[in-house]
Unconditional design. Structure first.
Ligand code: ATP
Ligand code: MG
Length: 447
């Protein structure tokens, strides 16, 4: 079997070989090429020590010298070149205590997580597949290299990575590997939240976000997102739903684009339902207040997982408004809601709402969808007619108010809020002359 190496990768390997070292493309790039997928990046493994690698190339970066990694730059692309290594004993199922360089490729392949990630290739030797990675690719199986329990005890993150590769590739986790995860899942708690978040996002944006279910079944979500476990175990006894809260969230994710923000929103949007659940005399479930509670809960989860503030704030806002349904005979209220969501976020909100409905029961399906169509029309009208739904777009601003005699200060904001209310109610009043006239009346108490 041949792997078509990019010319720069070929060059790096040939340079190393010409100087008496071994070098191979390794890991994800070999796996992806064999699957006819486009590799995200090309990693190289070599018998050369980091200093020896650095001596051979004009432009290198010390990416992780202590772990044996040097980045070689070629045509503005970086290639990680890592010395063959054996990972020493792991501390806390997290960091290898020490890294030992080795002259033996197979020793390096042995430390890798899964058989499909433990293959190497160069043009001279062909594919090195010591652990039946090709067979597992054919069988669509995620299997640990060596003893799964030992491998997960070295680095607990590998358990979540197993689910991640299953999600990206549409593979199944092999039984013994699975059994080891079930047993060792609680040790995922030792892994940093940042590393967990990276794998979680990769699961969510994959072709198979439903694999989060596997993470639940194996006891992994319980460690970093127990709210999701509760949702998986909460049935929704009302006309609108046919799934548990958790299953509803999974199906909703499947109905949106594979993009980080919207998949996170679908995952989290209803997670507060179990908390606010009330059941009436007829045995009918209600979830009053689940949107605000859900926004708060989403914020808590994302903070805990060390997501950045921009992501947290955006998800919070969209979860809070995901179930807004202003009546269509009150366009002022519709514009008000659009202003709260943000005009630029409306296409995503519409996608969220459609996915939410598609993950519910058939009850009132047509009319629910028709409502979203109407909302979309209303949004497009705001867009086309250039209606003001953002305070920044008022035709009168703070400077105007000061020019009219107001003193700089908080009251400027109060007047602008009032002007905004006026414009939300009647968009045609957002013309400078008209709005200045209104402003004039409004500011009299303030000057
Ligand atoms: P992608 O880059 O598409 O996410 P990948 O397979 O390249 O997939 P990386 O996380 O970039 O994944 O890791 C590169 C390679 O390093 C893997 O293919 C695997 O051989 C090895 N590896 C990465 N993380 C671990 C780990 N925690 N334990 C053991 N081996 C690992
Ligand atoms: Mg990679």
């Amino acid at each position: 079997m041949r792997v078509e190496l990019p010319v720069d990768v070929k060059n790096i390997i040939e340079t190393l070989e010409a100087n008496g070292y071994e070098a191979f493309a390794v890991g994800g790039c070999v796996r992806d090429t064999l699957l006819l997928r486009v590799p995200g990046d090309w990693d190289i493994t070599t018998s050369a020590k980091p200093e020896e690698v650095k001596a051979l190339f004009s432009h290198t970066i010390d990416t992780g010298i202590q772990h044996g990694t040097v980045t070689v730059m070629k045509n503005h692309v970086g290639y990680e070149v890592t010395t063959y290594r054996i990972d020493g004993e792991y501390e806390d199922a997290r960091h290898p205590k020490e890294v030992i360089f080795t002259a033996n490729l197979v020793e390096d392949l042995k430390r890798r997580d899964f058989t499909i990630n433990a293959m190497a290739y160069n043009d001279r030797v062909g594919i090195v597949d010591e652990f039946q990675g090709i067979q597992d690719l054919e069988d669509k199986v995620i299997r640990c290299v060596g003893n799964p329990k030992e491998r997960f005890s070295e680095d607990a993150l590998r358990m979540l990575r197993a689910v991640r590769f299953a999600a990206q590739l549409g593979f199944c986790i092999e039984e013994e590997t699975k059994a080891a995860i079930r047993e060792l899942a609680p040790t995922l708690a030792k892994v940093s939240k940042e590393r967990i978040a990276v794998e979680l996002v990769k699961i969510l944006v994959s072709d198979h976000p439903e694999e989060i279910r596997t993470a639940y079944e194996l006891g992994l979500t319980r460690v970093f997102m127990p709210e999701f476990d509760v949702a998986m175990e909460t049935v929704q006894n009302n006309h609108h739903h046919k799934y548990t809260v958790g299953e509803h969230s999974i199906v909703a994710m499947q109905h949106v684009r594979p993009e980080k923000m919207i998949r996170l929103i679908m995952l989290l949007h209803d997670l507060a339902k179990p908390v606010v659940l009330t059941t009436d005399d007829r045995g009918y479930d209600h979830f009053v207040g689940h949107t605000q509670a859900g926004a708060n809960m989403a914020k808590g989860i994302l903070r805990r997982l060390k997501f950045d503030n921009a992501t947290i704030d955006f998800v919070y806002r969209m979860v809070k408004h995901h179930d807004d349904r202003p009546p269509m005979d009150n366009m002022a209220l519709v514009r008000r809601r659009i202003s709260e969501i943000g005009l630029e976020n409306m296409p995503m909100m519409i996608e969220i709402k459609r996915a939410d409905i598609l993950a519910q029961s058939d009850y009132n399906f047509e009319s629910k969808m028709a409502y979203v169509d109407d909302l979309e029309k209303a949004y497009k009208e705001v867009l086309e007619k250039n209606y003001c739904v953002d305070k920044k777009d008022l035709s009168v601003n703070g400077r105007d108010l000061i020019a009219m005699g107001m003193k700089p200060g908080e009251e400027i904001g109060v007047v602008l809020d009032l002007l905004f209310d006026i414009v939300i109610n009647d968009p045609n009043l957002n013309q400078r002359e008209k709005l200045l006239e209104r402003a004039n009346k409004l500011i009299t108490p303030f000057i």
